[in-house]
Design a protein around this ligand. Structure first.
Ligand code: SAM
Length: 516
């Protein structure tokens, strides 16, 4: 198989010793299936291991899209199983899992290791190895068009399988990325599928597959009399070392349910509106440093342009490392999304010529967000981008440190789109809010929510859960907090604010109406 096909089919075959280790772990933990199904069996490690550890199984099915793999798997299985085993060439996406599972008898075990590839990687290769309907998570509007609609093929497959299996007694045990495991669980919990006794067992993907990803065995039991929306995370393929319990609270996953329960009072109303930084998708053109007193762009070209549209810039690595004196500048063609960029020609002719010189790069920015917007637009821009004081955090780093960001060379410092921030009016306000956010209690709360192995551990949804009023109460700083939070909330939405602050009632419905 060529490299492209290997990528296209997410082809990382499970070594037989690992498959044996997984199946023996399931057998030791009491699994006793009548029917075993490997939906993307590849060279058949799990099929072989399952026949060794579950000799009493009545039927074993192995499917794969690759006919060579199907032939190899048939060869690897013992003759004793001939009457009970079916290995067939099938495309997962064209198979009616619901009907197939309805026809099976007794307890079902679905086991395997679905393809390791994302839909966007497949689209960029022009591959057709994709499900017909991609937006299965029901993302709407912007999310459907951008990052959130990117998903792992295995996530789609696992959701399809668990949706078909959940009403009958069974078990799904699949190797996958830890992020895929969480998304599958979240989907099942949000959609109230009948699942319970869920666990995540870390595996060393570098050791077994030579791949640098956070991977695990996801185990989900189905068709139980009592379902639950929690899953225990274990260090390895055993129940010896528990790391945490994850679960669904409201509509979001929580990474450490025990710690969260202790601090859940802090889960509330954000008062401020968290913003993300500016997106331009053309660092080579839009970002500059000063070299020998001259402006040099990201392509290492020296260019002279007016200062009018240049702003000092901080990126994630700066914020996460406490570097708040900018070394970069960014060319911002707008102050509001509706601004007509053609005004630059008059206001700053050198800047306009520079934009025209780089029009090819800028016009070809792929993201759908630039379509139907003025030429050379930037994204994520508004009055808040230009506030003189901000409290910022990097979304990519694990240290969760908030930093106060001020102005530089007489201009507000702006942040890139890997950072989140809240705009503040004064330095005092920014320092006070930053201290609340960096306080031990708030950091503990944040850490109970964050999944640190995610690509973007800190999300706006998480930041929005921090109730700064509650944090200030914990720290006995309500007097100072009151006027600031009051003004921030009034600014964003007067009505919401009065409900929350003055009457001292919670605006949001109390979280935790989740199943126990
Ligand atoms: C990560 S490998 C794992 C193989 C096997 N499950 C194992 O554990 O060794 C993924 C497998 O999925 C198969 N595959 C990819 N797309 C498929 C599809 N649409 N339908 C069925 N199998 C597919 C590939 O051929 C490959 O064998």
């Amino acid at each position: 198989m060529g490299v492209i096909s290997k990528i296209e089919f997410g082809d990382f075959q499970t070594p037989l010793p690992l498959a044996r280790r997984i199946v023996s772990f399931l057998a030791e933990s009491g699994e006793l299936p009548d029917t075993i199904i490997e939906p993307t069996c590849g060279l058949g490690s799990f099929v072989v291991a399952a026949t060794e550890y579950f000799p009493g199984a009545k039927a074993v099915f192995g499917f794969d899209i690759n006919p060579d793999y199907v032939r190899e798997t048939v060869k690897s299985t013992s003759r004793d199983w001939e009457s009970r085993i079916q290995i067939e060439c099938r495309n997962f996406f064209e198979f009616d899992w619901q009907t197939f599972l309805t026809k099976q008898n007794g307890r079902v075990l679905i086991i395997g290791n679905p393809p390791w590839v994302t839909n966007s990687a497949l689209s960029s290769m022009g591959s057709e190895n994709l499900p017909e309907k991609s937006n299965f998570q029901g993302n709407k509007g912007f999310s459907a068009k951008t990052g959130k609609a990117n998903f792992d093929i295995s996530e789609w497959m696992l959701i399809r399988l668990i949706s078909a299996l959940h009403q009958r007694e069974g078990c799904l045990a699949m190797l996958c990325k830890t992020s895929t495991a969480r998304k599958t669980l979240k989907y099942a919990w949000m959609n109230e599928l009948n699942i319970g006794r869920c666990s995540i067992h870390f595996i060393d993907a570098k050791l077994h597959f030579g791949a640098s990803v956070d991977a695990c065995l996801l185990v989900i039991h189905t068709g139980l009399s009592e379902s639950a929306n929690t899953a225990v995370v274990y260090r390895d393929l055993s129940f010896d070392e528990k790391i945490s319990t994850i679960g669904l609270v409201g509509k979001e996953l929580v990474s450490n349910l025990d710690e969260y329960q202790k601090l859940r009072e802090i889960d509330g109303f954000p008062y401020y509106t968290w913003r993300s930084g500016i997106k331009h998708d053309a660092a080579g053109v839009m970002e500059f440093t000063i070299e020998n007193g001259q402006l040099m762009n990201g392509k290492h070209q020296f260019r002279q342009i007016e200062e009018a549209y240049l702003y000092p810039l901080l990126k994630s690595s700066d914020v996460a490392n406490g570097r708040t004196i900018p070394e970069k500048f960014v060319l911002l063609t707008q102050k509001k999304p509706s601004d007509d960029t053609s005004a630059i020609e008059m206001n700053a002719p050198k800047t306009w010529s520079y934009l025209l010189e780089n029009a090819n790069t800028l016009d070809q920015r792929k993201s759908i967000i630039y379509q139907k917007r003025p030429r050379f637009s930037v994204f994520g821009i508004g009055d808040y981008s230009f506030s003189l004081w901000k409290v910022a955090i990097s979304s990519l780093y694990k240290n969760c440190r908030f930093e106060v960001v001020g102005s530089y060379c007489g201009k507000p410092v702006v942040l890139d789109d890997t950072c989140y921030f809240i705009p503040c009016e004064t330095e005092n306000e920014a320092r006070f809010i930053c201290n609340l956010l960096n306080s031990e209690i708030c950091q503990r709360f944040l850490r109970s929510l964050i999944f640190f192995d995610a690509k973007r551990p800190v999300t706006i949804d998480i930041l929005n859960r921090i109730d700064l009023k509650k944090v200030s109460e914990y720290l006995n700083q309500t007097e100072e907090a009151h006027p600031l939070l009051s003004r921030a909330a009034t600014f964003e939405n007067e009505r919401q604010f009065s409900l929350v602050f003055e009457k001292n009632v919670k605006y949001l419905p109390k979280r935790g109406s989740e199943k126990k």
